[in-house]
Structures are given as structure tokens and as C-alpha cells.
Design a binder for this molecule. Sequence first.
Ligand code: NAD
Ligand code: IPM
Ligand code: MN
Length: 370
Amino acid sequence: MATYKLLLLAGDGIGPEVMGEVKRLIGWLDAQGIARFETEEGLVGGASYDADKVSITDATMAKALAADAVLFGAVGGPKWDPVPYEVRPEAGLLRLRKDLALYANLRPAICYPALAESSSLKPEVVEGLDIMIVRELTGGVYFGEPKTITDLGNGQKRAVDTQVYDTYEIERIARVAFDLARKRRNKLTSMEKRNVMKSGVLWHEVVTQVHQREYKDVALEHQLADSGGMQLVRWPKQFDVIVTDNLFGDMLSDIAAMLTGSLGMLPSASLGDIDPTTKKRRALYEPVHGSAPDIAGQGAANPIAMLASFGMALRYSFDMGELADKLDAAIAAVLAKGLRTADLKSEGLTVVSTSQMGEAVVKELQALHA
Ligand code: NAD
Ligand code: IPM
Ligand code: MN
């Protein structure tokens, strides 16, 4: 059996709590002889700052580059509000994304049948929902230069962020999205703001060209991103795959999370290109949520987004799609039995802790595997 090298970066707040449940799952897979992972752990975010005064060390970056995949928890929290901007916890995550060239961020929003009642929207709006947001992850306003705050000397300061996109960046993320749409319901919606932003004009032009040249069989639609956000809460089932830039993708995926019941449900995969020599794809898997300082340390976090992110690793990095399907089925079964962490609406149901939820998922997986 192949052994895969995993780097676990749990981070801050609830990061270590939800990562603990992935470790439980990995331990079980190993004990059963189902899959074998060689795991190594490292510091990132505030935890790394506390130890080394940087949000990720060069040594940890080197381990990330050498791993078959990185599993990432979450970073940040009020404790680190005073630290210099360059070494704030979030900078560690941004460096990982940039240096590993993880330009394609896949954020699936699936409403499990048992959770249709948990959404803040009406059950008929969300039940059966299965959409995929493809967020460009290494460009746009997150990384564009200049990025400055200048003192104007008259009691005023000026802050500048720069949104930059080149043709190749839009082409490659569009291809990822079109390829996914082909394997799903064959529909892609591209979102930008070409009515206000030059980068939106280019985004629209390039996505249209890629469609015309390579993907005429996929139905393509364009929506302005503000209206797209409205459509996501009005009637989300109109969408199959959505492709959008780094900042819009960040916001739209948090919105989409609430369609599934909680931010604690949404996993993600951040993927780079396949290296022509090693034939391996650089990848990092992380929940969409943050470090949730308001509930950290209480054992109350929902571990499903983190567990499902590991499921995406099984699917996209390790060619274990069948096992990933079983993990999804185990999560669905646990929810169907009425187990809920506190973030999910739970009248009359059993509220469980992070570890009880993780344990229940492994137990269900065991039953499915028998
Ligand atoms: P957040 O995602 O941490 O929390 C938003 C709300 O959702 C909170 O009420 C929180 O309790 C709840 N929540 C989130 N995940 C949950 C889970 N798994 N189970 C139950 N409830 C959950 O966002 P925030 O509060 O805006 O940010 C807190 C910190 O996290 C900030 O420093 C931010 O920069 C950082 N952040 C990090 C990441 C990341 O590491 N990938 C992502 C988003 C935010
Ligand atoms: C996310 C987070 C990150 C982002 C932060 C923590 C840098 O919000 O992954 O959604 O803005 O991309
Ligand atoms: Mn976000």
C-alpha cells in the first residue's frame, strides 16, 4: 500500500480541535489497513508567531513543498491583533497559497438532506443543493501591488490595494471550472463586476474566449457579482459551478456556507498544476471557516468542514474517490441520526461536542466499511 506524506498545520483557535478529529480518522484508516499516511505536524499562524516571530517559517514552508498534501486548520484571533501586519497569522496562509502556486480553490456547498431545516433560508430553497464555487486564489486584490498605507502629512492617510489579473490567470482558473462543470451538470456561471472594474472587463472577455475555443458544450452564463450574491440566497439551485476572483470568491463562499446550515460544514481544496516531472499536484486542504475565537477551547466546534476537507484530499490528491464517497456518506448518516454540534439548528436533537461528532463519523465509516 502506498504511503502518502501529509503535513498537518492545525494553526490557532479551533484549528487544533478540528484537526484532532482528522488525526483520529487517519489513525483509524491506518489501524484498519485501509490507507496509510506518514504525518508530520508544523506551526502556522499565531502559533508560529508565538514560537518564531513569523507566521510560517522557511523550514515549515520547505516541508509543505515536500509533502504530498498539506492539511490546514485555521489561523488568526484577537490575541495577534497587535502584531505587525507582515507577520499577522493570516500571512502564513497567504504565503502557503502563493508559494505552492495553489491558484484553484474549490469550495463545494452541499446541503445534506438532514440539514435542510438548519439553514437560515426556507428548506425548499436549499434542500438538494450541490454547487461548487471555484475561487481564484493566488491573484487579484489579495496579492496585487502596490499595497500600501501612506501618510499624506495633512492628518490624512491613504490606503491602496490593487486588483490585478493577467490573461493566463483567468484562463487557467476558467479551465478548472469548465472541466468541473463537464463532470457535473454542465453549467458554469462566471461572476465579476465588469460594470465598474477593468479586471472585470478582462475576466468576462477571457472566460468568454475560453468557452468559445474549448468548452462550447458547457452552458456559460455571466452574472455581476453583487447580483450573483443576491441570486445565491434567492434561488441557489440555479447554479452548478461558479467561477470568480479571489475576493468575490471569499465572500460568496461564506454566503454559500449558510445555505448548507453552517460555516462549519464547508470544506475546500486549494490546487496547483500537475508537475510534469513528478506527476504530482501541489495541494492544500482546509475548511472555509476561520479560527472561531468566540468558541475556541470549548470543544464545541463542528469538525465536519475539516473532515470533509480531508475527504477532498482523498479524492483530489490520493485517487481514493470511493473512500471519499464513504466518508461523505458517513457524515450524512451521522446527521440523519440527529447528532448536531452547537452551530447547527438542533431543536429536539442531540447536541454533541467536537470529539463526539468526530467519533460518530468514524464509527459510521466503520459500519459502511464492514
Ligand atoms: P470564523 O469563520 O472564524 O467565525 C465566524 C463565525 O462562525 C463564528 O461565530 C464562529 O464561532 C462560527 N464558526 C466558524 N467555524 C465554525 C465551526 N467549525 N464550528 C462552529 N462554529 C463555527 O470567522 P471570523 O470570526 O470572521 O474570523 C476569526 C479569525 O479567523 C480571524 O482572525 C480571521 O482572519 C481568521 N480566518 C481564518 C481563516 C483560515 O484560517 N482559513 C478563514 C477565515 C477567517
Ligand atoms: C478564507 C479566509 C482567508 C481569505 C484569510 C484568513 C486570509 O477568509 O480562506 O476564506 O481571505 O482567503
Ligand atoms: Mn474567508
